[in-house]
Design a protein around this ligand. Structure first.
Ligand SMILES: Nc1nc2c(ncn2[C@@H]2O[C@H](COP(=O)(O)OP(=O)(O)OP(=O)(O)O)[C@@H](O)[C@H]2O)c(=O)[nH]1
Ligand SMILES: [Mg+2]
Length: 446
């Protein structure tokens, strides 16, 4: 084994699996509020380009700690050096009956070389039953760290700290549902001090995570820029008899193609972030509004004043004194993007964007969309989606809620976007324009 291994243990239903999911960027791990969800010990890995950087073992919670501790103590006062042998004896002799199934599952990977991460819910009071668990873990003589997780609203940090400090060298708070990359790295740093032998390897993992994270923003921004270019320049050209027999069908086809482009973009972003299960479909929030609906325009587009401003102000003026932030209701119209909100995306109100033109005597063309707001709507939807995923962890099973009301997008930025949108639309963009666009998208994602 050429990488650090941590075994995540504790009482049932304290967020062990959630921590494993977040630290291994794996959203396929079973997490639920039913105690006893995890039934077997199972390893998950942080991997990059085929190389494993660390292993985390998810385990079932203790079921019979009191009885197990009694068994261990029945051998009397065993010297510290011999205690790990007693745990091995337990695993050899007491696992077949199944009585200690969960204890066997969680102790075995520890004896096989894992360091311990002990998880408690510090939103609930401490009680002595936990002491049995910690005593048992002490018998293994393995390096260990305790995590304070907060599942409910209460805060019993003080009393937990006092007890955990007696058993664990390091006690850390960690929120598996909201931890950002810095907090993830902070926890790894702590683990590198606990597990000295593997310190250098954990540092390697930290570097890989940092690199992954910075590349991620770069590549998602570029993905968004390419999508905007494709969607803004998109058009369909058809023989006009097709149009005459069914004028609505052409519009429908056009809209469908744009919607598909967005869906492909979302899938792409999801994949880059290593989200596998379909929790963040556009069905779960206001992105569910049809791109072409009035709601989508109102939530994700620019308001009229802003549109007028960015298309009439000269760039010289904007470059100077008027380069203020567009505060308040601005680029993001301050909507709450929340799980479960939303209604059917009606296809009305924004029809003018898909006008059909005759080009030549027997040919019609639909697209590119002329409305200058279209690019902003697409970009804002894309950024909203990407941000939602960037701001959540792989332990989140409940969907995401983000508030988009603090927006400091400068007028000049909006104007630059507007110019780039125009270029994309007309196919007049130069090579560097895509990078310019990606750079703006990157700043919006931060
Ligand atoms: N609000 C909140 N909920 C959390 C947090 N951590 C875990 N949960 C929730 O607590 C419940 C239990 O989480 P799990 O990760 O399945 O807990 P576990 O310790 O693996 O549970 P078992 O496998 O049953 O022993 C789930 O509903 C989680 O979504 C947290 O930090 N905050
Ligand atoms: Mg579990």
């Amino acid at each position: 084994m050429n990488y650090p291994k941590f075994v995540v243990v504790g009482h049932p239903n304290k967020g062990k699996s959630s921590i494993v999911a977040t630290l291994t960027l794996n959203d396929t791990i079973a997490i639920s509020d039913t105690p006893g969800t995890t039934k077997e010990a199972r390893s998950f890995y942080l991997k990059k380009d085929g190389k494993v950087y660390y292993e985390l073992v998810d385990t079932p919670g203790f079921q019979r700690p009191r009885k197990l501790l009694k068994w261990l103590k029945s051998f009397g006062d065993v010297s510290a050096t011999k205690r790990p042998k007693l745990i091995e004896k337990f695993l050899k002799e007491q696992c077949e009956s199944g009585e200690f199934h969960d204890e066997c599952e969680l102790l075995r990977p520890i004896t096989e070389g894992g360091a311990i991460i002990y998880v408690v819910d510090a939103s609930k009071p401490y009680s002595p039953e936990y002491e049995d668990e910690m005593e048992i873990l002490r018998y293994t003589a393995k390096p260990s760290l305790a995590i304070l997780n907060y599942i409910g609203q209460g805060d019993y940090t003080k009393e937990w700290d006092a007890v955990l400090g007696q058993y664990f060298r390091i006690v850390k708070s960690f929120d598996p549902l909201n931890a950002n990359i810095a907090e993830h790295i902070d926890l790894l740093e702590a683990l590198s001090h606990v597990d000295n032998q593997n310190g250098a390897k954990i540092k390697e993992a930290i570097e890989v995570l940092k690199e992954f994270n910075s590349q991620l923003i770069e590549s998602i921004s570029l993905t968004i820029a390419k999508y905007i270019k494709e969607a803004l320049s998109f058009k369909i050209v058809k023989k006009s008899h097709f149009f005459k027999s069914n004028p609505e069908a052409l519009k429908k086809e056009f809209k469908k193609e744009i919607v598909n482009l967005e869906r492909k973009l979302f899938d792409n972003i999801k994949k880059q972030l290593n989200f596998k299960i379909d929790r963040f479909t556009i069905k779960s929030n206001e992105l569910n509004y049809d791109i072409f609906s009035q709601e989508s325009k109102e939530i994700f587009g620019l308001n009229k004043e802003k549109l007028v401003l960015i298309s009439t102000l000269s760039s010289a003026a904007v470059g100077g004194a008027i380069d203020f932030a567009v505060g308040g209701h601005s680029f993001f119209l301050g909507s709450l993007i929340g799980a479960g909100i939303g209604f059917a995306g009606a296809m009305y109100g924004y029809d003018e964007i898909s006008k059909i033109k005759f080009i030549g005597t027997d040919t019609v063309q639909i697209g590119p969309v002329e409305d200058p707001n279209f690019g902003f709507i697409l970009l804002n939807r894309a950024v909203t989606y990407a941000k939602a995923l960037l701001n959540t962890t792989h332990a989140n099973k409940k969907g995401v809620v983000i508030e988009l009301n603090s927006d400091e997008t400068k007028l000049r930025t909006l104007q630059n976007l507007n110019k780039l949108h125009k270029k994309f639309k007309e196919g007049k963009d130069k090579e560097e324009d895509l990078a310019k666009y990606a750079n703006i998208a990157k700043n919006l994602l931060k």
